[in-house]
Design a protein around this ligand. Sequence first.
Ligand SMILES: Cc1cc2nc3c(=O)[nH]c(=O)nc-3n(C[C@H](O)[C@H](O)[C@H](O)COP(=O)(O)O)c2cc1C
Length: 317
Amino acid sequence: MRTRVTELLGIRHPIIQGGLARVAYAELAAAVSNAGGCGQINTATLQEPEALRAEIRRCRALTPHPFGVNFPLGRADITALLEVTLEEKVPVIAFTAGNPAPWLRRCEGHGVRTLVLIAGPELAKKAEAAGADIVATVGFEGGGHIGRGDETTMVMVPRVVDAVKIPVLASGGIADGRGLLAALALGAEGVEMGTRFVATEEARAHPAYKRALAEALPSDTTLIKRSLGQPGRALDSAHVRHILECEASGAGREELLPLISGAANARGVEGGEMEDSYVWAGQCVGVIHEILPAGEVVRRMMAEAEAGLTRLQAFNR
Ligand SMILES: Cc1cc2nc3c(=O)[nH]c(=O)nc-3n(C[C@H](O)[C@H](O)[C@H](O)COP(=O)(O)O)c2cc1C
């Protein structure tokens, strides 16, 4: 399956593993890339430049194929981390949750492909104008931070495809080959998936988190941080219900901060304390039933997409 995304990134399948904070390290990124997709290392927990360099080198030792490094913006200064990533000649660099323009400029002339995660046509146009090679647009169904507009992937993807000339990845709600085929039908040239890759053997997430994803229904996910203008989709838990109560009663950022901190996330992702934490999860939990090797996720998706295409072609007789 060839699209502008597979051509630009030099990969075999149009499947990109989302930059999963606290979850995506060398093992996961390499497993996705070895299967023909594009894996990513996340920098949220690798704030020391030399720690990031070591992780990039570990990934390179595990795969000869292209992979990416993902930068959530707007928290710490990423200057030193980006320099290390450029020095190490990582082929794909992704930005999310902030203004990517200065960082895209810094990447120019280094032969890297850039990917910006956005939500909707306006931000897609800005990313294109700032020089992004590819945008991934994430819809309402998605796990983790999403757009403020409550716009579903089904509606958002064709709107973004119409708004920009650069290739678009569909993100949010996609977890199998049927989702991939649907995304391509909407005009996307690949998919970016988060939740599906958390429920894999190589993801650095506690087994209780992975199990919870495989058992959850779409209605077990809910949006937190709406009151802060930064909605994120999480798995229901006692802690999440407490956050929602605080938001409903008008709690401000100061009061919410300890509840939505990295430490509260780590208690679930790393510690497996599923009730006393918040962990990100998309509505696609409804089609995730088992924890698989990440490469198997990619292989199954491609086989399902091929089978789905044959099924669609039969309608055309
Ligand atoms: C646990 C988790 C952590 C995430 N962290 C990041 C991140 O740091 N950077 C990023 O670009 N996207 C992040 N995302 C969003 C994903 O890249 C992707 O856009 C989203 O998961 C798509 O929806 P899906 O979960 O339905 O596949 C995260 C998603 C999850 C589930």
